[in-house]
Design a protein around this ligand. Sequence first.
Ligand SMILES: *Cc1c(COP(=O)(O)O)cnc(C)c1O
Length: 401
Amino acid sequence: MPARRNAPPGPAPRRTPWPASASRPLVSPLQPSVVYVAESPDALDAQYEGRAAGYAYAREGHPNADVLAAMIDSLEGASGGIVTGSGMAAVGVALLGLLKAGDHVLGGDQLYGRSLRLLREDLPRLGIATSFADPTSAEAMAAALRPATRMILIEVVSNPTLRVADMAGIARLARDRGVLLAIDNTFTTPRGFRPLAHGADLVIHSVTKLLAGHSDATLGYIAAADPALRAPLAAAAATWGLTPSPFDCWLAERGMQSFALRHERAEANAAALADHLAGLPGVRRVLYPGRADHPDHARARALLGARFGTMLSFEVAGGRAAANRLVRGAPQIAFAPTLGDVATTLSHPASSSHRGLSAEGRAGLGISEGFFRVSVGIEDIDLLKADFAAAVAAAAGQGAP
Ligand SMILES: *Cc1c(COP(=O)(O)O)cnc(C)c1O
């Protein structure tokens, strides 16, 4: 038809097929496609029935998530791990996928702030009861179990006081009582501890933090020891829409390539900085599980070997005014409430993660206005020592204001 031949081009050109290549890219391609084109209804059946591998719709799974999940699986000694849109999405998948109204969840009493909130305020709205106990004591956890307890959720090392859970005792308790044990391994990382090898049923990560490591991707991860739990977890992620962005997965895959190197360096820096801080006049106390004066040092040594982690906390005198001077006295150290970045970051729990607690509640945890948490990065240790010495001196009112 001549009229058609002369028609102006449409508003969009046809998509052309992806070019064939006998070779493959060294780096994983970024695959942002929301949907996948199937060859036929029979081919789609084969996929959904597990007879053929393939993707259909990105909320149900995509290659960048699967590549990243396999990398984290290999570190955790897991299989079939699921990458989620955030660390909280991974916590949500565990709860939404495996619990029902009438169940009870026992949480560690120093969980990450949002996890505490989820258990305290949101699960009860869904008919799921929650309570909390101190995971440094398996006896305290045992006393808090109820007939309806279906899951225990704890972290290995608490934030920001860096107390170490009685993992062996709690794993035994969970097994004896038939309760699922979920471990948020964000702080410890699989370099320090592998929950599934120590009797946990579920391992959870905020990949946002140390694993991705560059503060440019928000992601989580969950894996189960029992392969039968994978289907309900994956269904919860797809149904509640907790699945991740391909771009974030792609960035995190890149970050993960250097995870072990970053972690090794940051951990050595943390140990050296903890000792340096402990020797500075004006520092009241330093909390680092690798130090002999830490209340859980022996347990940390037994559980983590020499892998005491990249987080430390310390306290200076002088209240909020000194805290303000300390932060201003170290402008090179980012004052930011996160952790796990390549660079060292400083956070002040009383004005951020623990601001929702009363002053007495914070005092009970030992969190004063002079209390700081440090996520130690991979910088030159001499620069870090000098920066912190200047900051502590500024807190005491010495040097530049
Ligand atoms: C940050 C964090 C989370 C939540 O992760 P997001 O990626 O921020 O959603 C959960 N647990 C711990 C221990 C964390 O530090």
